[in-house]
Design a protein around this ligand. Structure first.
Ligand code: ZN
Ligand code: FE
Length: 240
């Protein structure tokens, strides 16, 4: 059994602490700020086996090297981006299985936000580490990739189990909700979900992880029927 806990870092990022309940093996996904990540590791027992990277942006990798050195952790990331990531101990490609103790994740190529972006999907545990590809009620900006690439990346997620936990890289949900309601005001599932988000934020709570089933019902980017629709949505959101 795998657990996934968000660690709030920087202004609105989440790193993730993954732990295999059977073996105690522990990984951090996207460590970009040293102090809160070390505090979270120590609070969980002081063990770190691995660091997994979704993409090369500084707000996802800035603390990889010091945290890896402190715990002797193995660094895993995309082979395609090895030239612009911290030195990898394991360079992975789409379809690779990576294990954390008794838990197994599949590496999924998810270009769009960046060219070499990858996600990690623990199918048996219903946990998806999706970095800056899918956010709750939103998706990543197309900084390097095309709308077509993002559409196909999101389509891979849309096929996963609705109970999948969406463990993304940012707390953007409240502002994403405003745009989602602007483009899809009659979606009653979205209206209800957005009201819940407002309550969570008022209470100072994280809205992440969300459930993929809720994203399928509410997230306009995941619901976009074709590439052109997704491209229009993404452009409109950039100007919103
Ligand atoms: Zn990013
Ligand atoms: Fe980011």
């Amino acid at each position: 059994m795998l657990s996934a806990h968000p660690i709030p870092i920087l202004s609105d990022n989440y790193a993730w602490l993954l732990r295999c309940g059977e073996t105690g093996a522990t990984a951090i996904v996207d460590p970009a700020e040293e102090a809160p990540i070390i505090a979270a590791i120590e609070a969980a027992g002081g063990r770190l086996d691995e660091i997994w990277i979704t993409h090369h942006h500084g707000d996802h990798i800035a603390a990889v090297e010091p945290v890896a050195a402190r715990y002797g952790a193995r660094i895993i990331g995309a082979k395609a981006d090895a030239h612009r990531l911290p030195k990898l101990d394991l360079a992975v490609v789409e379809g690779d299985n990576v294990t954390l103790g008794a838990a197994t994740a599949l590496v999924v190529d998810t270009p769009g936000h960046t060219r070499g972006h990858i996600a990690y999907h623990f199918a048996a545990d219903h946990v998806l580490l999706c970095g800056d590809t899918l956010f709750s009620l939103g998706c990543g900006r197309l900084l390097e990739g095309t709308a077509e690439e993002m559409f196909h990346s999101l389509a891979k997620f849309a096929k996963l189990s609705p109970e999948t936990l969406v463990c993304c890289g940012h707390e953007y949900t409240e502002s994403n909700a405003k745009f989602a309601l602007h483009v899809d005001p009659d979606n009653q599932a979205l209206v209800a979900f957005a009201a819940g988000v407002t309550q969570q934020r008022l209470a100072g709570l994280s809205t992440i992880p969300s459930r993929l089933g809720d994203e399928m019902a509410c997230n306009p980017f995941l619901r976009a029927p074709d590439v052109a629709s997704l491209a229009r949505l993404r452009e409109a959101k950039n100007k919103f």
